[in-house]
Design a binder for this molecule. Structure first.
Ligand SMILES: Nc1ncnc2c1ncn2[C@@H]1O[C@H](COP(=O)(O)OP(=O)(O)OP(=O)(O)O)[C@@H](O)[C@H]1O
Ligand SMILES: [Mg+2]
Length: 231
Protein backbone atom coordinates (compact mmCIF):
# COMPACT_ATOMS: atom_id res chain seq x y z
CA UNK A 1 0.00 0.00 0.00
CA UNK A 2 2.80 2.38 1.00
CA UNK A 3 4.63 1.61 -2.27
CA UNK A 4 1.48 2.37 -4.29
CA UNK A 5 1.20 5.74 -2.48
CA UNK A 6 4.83 6.56 -3.26
CA UNK A 7 4.41 5.64 -6.94
CA UNK A 8 1.20 7.69 -7.09
CA UNK A 9 2.97 10.75 -5.67
CA UNK A 10 5.57 10.45 -8.44
CA UNK A 11 2.91 10.30 -11.13
CA UNK A 12 3.78 6.75 -12.21
CA UNK A 13 6.47 4.09 -12.17
CA UNK A 14 8.56 5.72 -14.95
CA UNK A 15 9.13 8.93 -13.02
CA UNK A 16 9.73 7.00 -9.78
CA UNK A 17 12.50 4.89 -11.29
CA UNK A 18 14.07 7.91 -12.96
CA UNK A 19 14.06 9.62 -9.54
CA UNK A 20 15.79 6.62 -7.98
CA UNK A 21 18.20 6.50 -10.92
CA UNK A 22 18.89 10.29 -10.72
CA UNK A 23 20.02 10.47 -14.35
CA UNK A 24 18.99 13.41 -16.49
CA UNK A 25 17.88 13.43 -20.12
CA UNK A 26 20.09 14.73 -22.92
CA UNK A 27 19.42 17.92 -24.88
CA UNK A 28 19.88 17.05 -28.55
CA UNK A 29 19.48 19.66 -31.28
CA UNK A 30 19.15 19.28 -35.04
CA UNK A 31 20.14 22.24 -37.18
CA UNK A 32 20.55 22.90 -40.89
CA UNK A 33 19.31 25.02 -43.75
CA UNK A 34 15.69 24.77 -44.91
CA UNK A 35 14.69 21.33 -46.29
CA UNK A 36 17.79 19.60 -44.89
CA UNK A 37 15.53 17.02 -43.22
CA UNK A 38 15.52 18.30 -39.63
CA UNK A 39 11.84 17.65 -38.88
CA UNK A 40 11.90 14.23 -40.59
CA UNK A 41 14.96 13.19 -38.58
CA UNK A 42 13.74 14.60 -35.24
CA UNK A 43 10.54 12.58 -35.56
CA UNK A 44 12.42 9.40 -36.50
CA UNK A 45 14.87 9.83 -33.65
CA UNK A 46 12.16 10.32 -31.02
CA UNK A 47 10.36 7.24 -32.35
CA UNK A 48 13.55 5.13 -32.34
CA UNK A 49 14.52 6.19 -28.82
CA UNK A 50 11.04 5.45 -27.51
CA UNK A 51 11.07 2.04 -29.20
CA UNK A 52 14.34 1.23 -27.47
CA UNK A 53 12.74 2.05 -24.11
CA UNK A 54 14.17 5.57 -23.62
CA UNK A 55 12.02 8.52 -22.64
CA UNK A 56 12.15 11.02 -25.50
CA UNK A 57 10.12 14.00 -26.64
CA UNK A 58 10.36 16.47 -29.50
CA UNK A 59 10.41 20.25 -29.27
CA UNK A 60 10.66 22.76 -32.07
CA UNK A 61 11.62 26.40 -32.43
CA UNK A 62 9.97 28.67 -33.10
CA UNK A 63 7.19 27.25 -30.96
CA UNK A 64 4.31 28.95 -32.73
CA UNK A 65 1.78 27.97 -30.03
CA UNK A 66 2.74 30.63 -27.45
CA UNK A 67 1.77 34.33 -27.61
CA UNK A 68 5.30 35.25 -28.67
CA UNK A 69 5.23 32.34 -31.13
CA UNK A 70 2.08 33.72 -32.71
CA UNK A 71 3.79 37.07 -33.35
CA UNK A 72 6.69 35.18 -34.98
CA UNK A 73 4.36 33.00 -37.02
CA UNK A 74 2.49 35.99 -38.38
CA UNK A 75 5.84 37.60 -39.29
CA UNK A 76 7.10 34.44 -41.04
CA UNK A 77 3.84 34.15 -42.97
CA UNK A 78 4.33 37.79 -44.04
CA UNK A 79 1.01 38.75 -42.45
CA UNK A 80 2.83 41.35 -40.34
CA UNK A 81 6.07 43.29 -40.48
CA UNK A 82 8.45 43.62 -37.57
CA UNK A 83 11.69 45.54 -37.21
CA UNK A 84 14.68 43.17 -37.64
CA UNK A 85 16.19 43.59 -34.15
CA UNK A 86 12.75 43.20 -32.60
CA UNK A 87 12.02 39.95 -34.39
CA UNK A 88 15.42 38.57 -33.42
CA UNK A 89 14.67 39.26 -29.77
CA UNK A 90 11.23 37.65 -30.11
CA UNK A 91 12.79 34.46 -31.49
CA UNK A 92 15.17 34.45 -28.53
CA UNK A 93 12.35 35.16 -26.04
CA UNK A 94 10.45 32.24 -27.57
CA UNK A 95 13.34 29.97 -26.56
CA UNK A 96 13.72 31.52 -23.09
CA UNK A 97 10.03 31.09 -22.33
CA UNK A 98 10.46 27.32 -22.80
CA UNK A 99 13.53 27.07 -20.52
CA UNK A 100 11.61 26.08 -17.34
CA UNK A 101 9.93 23.27 -19.29
CA UNK A 102 13.22 22.19 -20.90
CA UNK A 103 14.90 22.01 -17.48
CA UNK A 104 11.98 20.14 -15.94
CA UNK A 105 11.90 17.53 -18.72
CA UNK A 106 15.66 16.97 -18.59
CA UNK A 107 15.53 16.58 -14.81
CA UNK A 108 12.74 14.02 -15.20
CA UNK A 109 15.12 11.99 -17.36
CA UNK A 110 13.38 12.82 -20.64
CA UNK A 111 15.68 13.18 -23.65
CA UNK A 112 14.69 16.23 -25.67
CA UNK A 113 15.11 16.24 -29.43
CA UNK A 114 14.90 19.84 -30.62
CA UNK A 115 14.12 20.97 -34.17
CA UNK A 116 16.20 24.22 -34.50
CA UNK A 117 17.57 26.23 -31.55
CA UNK A 118 19.60 29.40 -30.95
CA UNK A 119 21.94 28.56 -33.86
CA UNK A 120 19.15 29.02 -36.40
CA UNK A 121 18.16 32.24 -34.65
CA UNK A 122 21.68 33.62 -34.99
CA UNK A 123 22.32 32.27 -38.51
CA UNK A 124 19.11 33.79 -39.89
CA UNK A 125 19.36 37.27 -38.34
CA UNK A 126 23.09 37.59 -39.00
CA UNK A 127 22.40 36.78 -42.67
CA UNK A 128 20.58 40.14 -42.83
CA UNK A 129 22.64 43.24 -43.62
CA UNK A 130 24.04 45.16 -40.64
CA UNK A 131 24.01 42.34 -38.07
CA UNK A 132 27.11 40.83 -36.48
CA UNK A 133 27.27 37.28 -35.21
CA UNK A 134 28.21 38.61 -31.78
CA UNK A 135 25.18 40.89 -31.47
CA UNK A 136 22.92 38.06 -32.54
CA UNK A 137 24.39 35.56 -30.05
CA UNK A 138 24.01 37.83 -27.02
CA UNK A 139 20.33 37.30 -26.14
CA UNK A 140 20.71 33.49 -26.26
CA UNK A 141 23.79 33.39 -24.00
CA UNK A 142 23.04 31.21 -20.97
CA UNK A 143 20.30 29.10 -22.54
CA UNK A 144 20.53 25.39 -21.61
CA UNK A 145 23.46 24.18 -23.64
CA UNK A 146 22.74 21.29 -25.98
CA UNK A 147 24.77 18.16 -25.24
CA UNK A 148 24.92 17.57 -28.99
CA UNK A 149 24.14 19.70 -32.05
CA UNK A 150 23.88 17.78 -35.30
CA UNK A 151 24.17 19.97 -38.37
CA UNK A 152 22.44 18.42 -41.37
CA UNK A 153 24.73 19.45 -44.19
CA UNK A 154 22.98 19.85 -47.53
CA UNK A 155 24.00 21.96 -50.46
CA UNK A 156 21.29 24.66 -50.83
CA UNK A 157 20.82 23.70 -54.50
CA UNK A 158 20.03 20.11 -53.41
CA UNK A 159 17.71 21.46 -50.75
CA UNK A 160 15.79 23.31 -53.45
CA UNK A 161 15.25 20.01 -55.27
CA UNK A 162 13.40 18.69 -52.24
CA UNK A 163 10.46 20.85 -53.16
CA UNK A 164 10.04 24.45 -54.08
CA UNK A 165 10.73 26.95 -51.35
CA UNK A 166 7.41 28.12 -50.02
CA UNK A 167 6.07 31.59 -49.61
CA UNK A 168 7.33 32.18 -46.07
CA UNK A 169 9.90 34.82 -45.31
CA UNK A 170 13.55 33.67 -45.70
CA UNK A 171 12.63 30.92 -48.20
CA UNK A 172 14.83 32.08 -51.07
CA UNK A 173 17.99 30.38 -52.26
CA UNK A 174 20.15 33.53 -52.02
CA UNK A 175 19.22 34.05 -48.37
CA UNK A 176 19.68 30.34 -47.57
CA UNK A 177 23.24 30.46 -48.96
CA UNK A 178 24.12 33.28 -46.60
CA UNK A 179 22.47 31.38 -43.72
CA UNK A 180 24.68 28.38 -44.56
CA UNK A 181 27.80 30.61 -44.33
CA UNK A 182 26.71 31.89 -40.93
CA UNK A 183 26.17 28.33 -39.68
CA UNK A 184 29.71 27.52 -40.84
CA UNK A 185 31.04 30.43 -38.77
CA UNK A 186 29.08 29.23 -35.72
CA UNK A 187 30.50 25.73 -36.15
CA UNK A 188 34.03 27.10 -35.61
CA UNK A 189 33.12 27.47 -31.94
CA UNK A 190 34.51 24.42 -30.16
CA UNK A 191 32.60 25.13 -26.93
CA UNK A 192 29.59 23.57 -28.67
CA UNK A 193 29.53 19.84 -29.43
CA UNK A 194 28.87 20.06 -33.20
CA UNK A 195 28.61 17.02 -35.41
CA UNK A 196 28.19 17.48 -39.14
CA UNK A 197 25.93 14.92 -40.80
CA UNK A 198 25.87 14.39 -44.56
CA UNK A 199 22.16 14.94 -45.21
CA UNK A 200 22.38 14.22 -48.96
CA UNK A 201 21.95 10.48 -48.31
CA UNK A 202 18.70 8.52 -47.86
CA UNK A 203 16.48 9.23 -44.86
CA UNK A 204 17.41 5.83 -43.34
CA UNK A 205 21.17 6.33 -43.78
CA UNK A 206 21.03 9.74 -42.16
CA UNK A 207 18.86 8.37 -39.35
CA UNK A 208 21.33 5.58 -38.57
CA UNK A 209 24.15 8.09 -37.91
CA UNK A 210 21.91 10.40 -35.88
CA UNK A 211 20.66 7.52 -33.71
CA UNK A 212 24.18 6.27 -32.93
CA UNK A 213 25.48 9.73 -32.01
CA UNK A 214 22.39 10.36 -29.88
CA UNK A 215 22.66 7.09 -27.98
CA UNK A 216 26.29 7.86 -27.16
CA UNK A 217 25.51 11.34 -25.88
CA UNK A 218 22.54 10.12 -23.83
CA UNK A 219 24.89 7.85 -21.85
CA UNK A 220 27.51 10.58 -21.49
CA UNK A 221 25.12 13.38 -20.46
CA UNK A 222 23.43 11.32 -17.73
CA UNK A 223 25.92 12.22 -15.04
CA UNK A 224 26.82 15.74 -16.12
CA UNK A 225 25.06 18.98 -15.25
CA UNK A 226 23.34 20.90 -18.05
CA UNK A 227 25.73 23.57 -19.35
CA UNK A 228 25.10 27.19 -20.32
CA UNK A 229 25.27 28.10 -23.99
CA UNK A 230 28.06 30.45 -25.12
CA UNK A 231 29.28 31.10 -21.56
N1 LIG B 1 17.35 12.27 -46.85
C1 LIG B 1 16.34 12.74 -47.62
N2 LIG B 1 16.32 12.47 -48.94
C2 LIG B 1 15.32 12.94 -49.72
N3 LIG B 1 14.28 13.68 -49.28
C3 LIG B 1 14.25 13.98 -47.97
C4 LIG B 1 15.28 13.54 -47.07
N4 LIG B 1 15.00 13.99 -45.82
C5 LIG B 1 13.85 14.69 -45.95
N5 LIG B 1 13.40 14.67 -47.21
C6 LIG B 1 12.20 15.35 -47.74
O1 LIG B 1 12.56 16.72 -47.91
C7 LIG B 1 11.48 17.55 -47.51
C8 LIG B 1 11.95 18.44 -46.35
O2 LIG B 1 12.19 17.63 -45.18
P1 LIG B 1 11.97 18.21 -43.72
O3 LIG B 1 10.65 18.89 -43.63
O4 LIG B 1 12.25 17.12 -42.77
O5 LIG B 1 13.14 19.27 -43.70
P2 LIG B 1 13.36 20.47 -42.67
O6 LIG B 1 14.84 20.58 -42.54
O7 LIG B 1 12.58 20.25 -41.44
O8 LIG B 1 12.78 21.68 -43.50
P3 LIG B 1 12.32 23.14 -42.96
O9 LIG B 1 13.58 23.85 -42.62
O10 LIG B 1 11.63 23.74 -44.13
O11 LIG B 1 11.44 22.92 -41.76
C9 LIG B 1 10.33 16.61 -47.12
O12 LIG B 1 9.51 16.47 -48.25
C10 LIG B 1 11.04 15.33 -46.77
O13 LIG B 1 10.23 14.20 -46.97
MG1 LIG C 1 11.12 21.47 -40.49
Amino acid sequence: MALIKVLYSFGGTGKFWRFINCSRGALIVLEGVDRAGKTTQCQKLVQALQQSGQAAEMMRFPDRATKIGQLISSYLEKKSNLEDHTVHLLFSANRWEMVPLIRQKLEEGINLVVDRYAFSGVAFTSAKPGFTLEWCMNPDMGLPKPDLVMFLQLNPSMAENRGEYGIERYETSAFQRTVQQRFEELMQDSSVNWKVIDAARTIEEVHKDIKLLSEDIISLAQNQPVGELWR
